[in-house]
Design a binder for this molecule. Sequence first.
Ligand SMILES: [Zn+2]
Length: 126
Amino acid sequence: MMKRRLTVQKLKILEYLRSVKTHPTAEIIYGAVKKQVPTITLATVYRNLNLLANKGEILRLEMGNEFHFDADIGRHQHCVCRKCGKIHDVFQKEISKYAMEKINYDGFNPTNVQVIFYGYCKNKNM
Ligand SMILES: [Zn+2]
């Protein structure tokens, strides 16, 4: 029973995350999923997000001192605007490919790379 409930919660979290492109934080995901699963707690959301991220089913992006989550695990990069705070998806495969091919550190064997560009987006009046 406990296990089944957790599975439903995990599915709802995934479902929500897959429906957005906004790279939400755990708090935002919690707010959205709570509408469908009123009994869910923020701790459960955190636990499931970390579980999913550790299994590679979602991306966990560390930005400043908060984590953002992304259901798109295909190789892509992110641009973060320092002014409006928006996280934009960038699809330039060659950037990640280059980084993966060129890294050379003490026998380190990379399995993935996250590229985050920080700067300013074109919406100057935000
Ligand atoms: Zn993304």
